[in-house]
Design a protein around this ligand. Structure first.
Ligand code: NAD
Ligand code: GLY
Length: 368
């Protein structure tokens, strides 16, 4: 098992990643589980795969799991599910000192974390991430949110978990497409600040996606360590460091919006193609060598992830895609935030990009 500290002073916590953590859940949580009944929010897929393991571990330690099982998918990040989840927790008489467990992917972590942040003005919660995306990104750092008709993740709070337990065994039941989409957030850490890790990814991504335990553990460990460092430096995304985690996200968000935020293009797939576009846009601006941008595209494409805008079969213009970027929540005084690259491992944040330049670039990519 690996253990990584997220050094946030009074809000500091530990991320543990390894095999068998869910089977050992009660011991891993220790005194944080103060009462017999333990509230756990999950979704139906994760419950089917891991509910029995979790319930048995808790029962062996004298606890009883109280389940809230949501329908899988992004739809659970809604006002309605938030309200129902908070009411359910109130019905269980959860107190501020109790810990609520979030067992699932980023959807469950984001919703449960937000519910914990508003319940009685803030309760503890423990992240039990079961998707690769959640293990390397969303369970660490305390961003919680729901979606509204106006857009994704527009309502939420910073609320750090008390503990993160990433059981690597759960990746074995994750659908392969979800595993690949989550991998995009792994390679992101290489591209934004660690060229040596990108080189490791080039050599080992196939093993990660094939279920190689050692490769998966290394990928999660390096990713969590990078995220923990960045979050400790810039918890509330005010200093510039945390914004680098949005590499590929401004382009990706526009693609997700154009495809309806659904199964047509998963979040991680949008980020994968978004990182290729950010690299090609950086190259087009003369910031990074074109050969490095194509090296990134080749890596992404080699894993079966989308690397060409034209492959999405979108019936939109470059202007329409660029217009989606204005709805990104990082827009400041009308300027869109872009994370661009000077090379592999050298990302930087800029608002010095005019949208017509992006539209023209996207129009060319749509024809490529
Ligand atoms: P998800 O939670 O929808 O999980 C993906 C799918 O995999 C779901 O169908 C789920 O039921 C299933 N699943 C998860 N773990 C499984 C397992 N071990 N076995 C079988 N099935 C399993 O999606 P995700 O990709 O994990 O997360 C995406 C969400 O995360 C988005 O809402 C995004 O906005 C959010 N996000 C948040 C942050 C953050 O910092 N808070 C960062 C990145 C993404
Ligand atoms: N996933 C981006 C962040 O946590 O800041």
């Amino acid at each position: 098992m690996i253990s990584i500290d997220v050094a946030l002073g009074t809000r500091a916590y530990e991320v543990r990643a390894g095999s068998g953590l869910l089977g050992d859940l009660a011991a891993q949580c220790g005194a944080r589980l103060r009462k017999r009944v333990v509230p756990i929010v999950t979704d139906a897929n994760v419950h089917a795969a891991w509910g029995a393991v979790v319930a048995a571990s808790l029962a062996a330690a004298g606890h009883e799991a109280a389940w809230r099982i949501l329908p899988p998918g992004e739809g659970a990040k809604s006002w309605a599910e938030l309200a129902a989840t908070v009411d359910w927790l109130l019905g269980l008489e959860v107190e501020r000192g109790d810990h609520i467990l979030a067992l699932g992917g980023g959807v469950i972590g984001d919703l449960t974390g937000f519910a914990a942040s508003v319940l009685k003005r803030g309760c503890h919660f423990i992240q039990l991430p079961t998707s690769l995306l959640a293990q390397v990104d969303s369970s660490v750092g305390g961003k919680t949110a729901i979606n509204t008709p106006a857009g994704k993740n527009l309502v939420g709070a910073f609320h750090q978990p008390a503990l993160v337990l990433a059981d690597l065994d759960t990746l074995a039941t994750l659908p392969p497409r979800e595993l690949a989409a989550g991998y995009a957030e792994v390679v992101k850490y290489g591209l934004l600040g660690d060229a040596a890790f990108f080189a490791w990814c080039e050599g080992n991504a196939a093993a990660v996606l094939a279920g190689d335990a050692a490769a998966q553990q290394h990928a999660v460990a390096v990713s969590v360590a990078a995220k923990a460092r960045i979050v400790a430096e810039d918890e509330f995304e005010t200093g510039g460091a945390r914004a680098l985690l949005n590499l590929g996200h401004t382009f990706g968000h526009a693609l997700e919006a154009a495809t309806g935020f659904g199964a047509r293009l998963l979040h991680g797939e949008g980020v994968a193609l978004g990182m290729v576009l950010a690299a090609r846009f950086s190259a087009a601006r003369g910031l990074m060598p074109g050969a490095e941008a194509e090296q990134i595209a080749a890596h992404i494409a080699g894993l079966g992830l989308p690397a060409q805008l034209s492959d999405l079969g979108l019936n939109v213009s470059g202007d329409a895609l660029a217009a989606h970027m204005l709805h990104d929540k990082k827009v400041d005084a009308g300027r869109v935030a872009f994370v661009l690259m000077r090379g592999i491992g050298e990302a930087f944040l800029t608002r010095d990009v005019a949208l017509p330049e992006v539209s023209a670039f996207l129009s060319a990519e749509l024809m490529r």
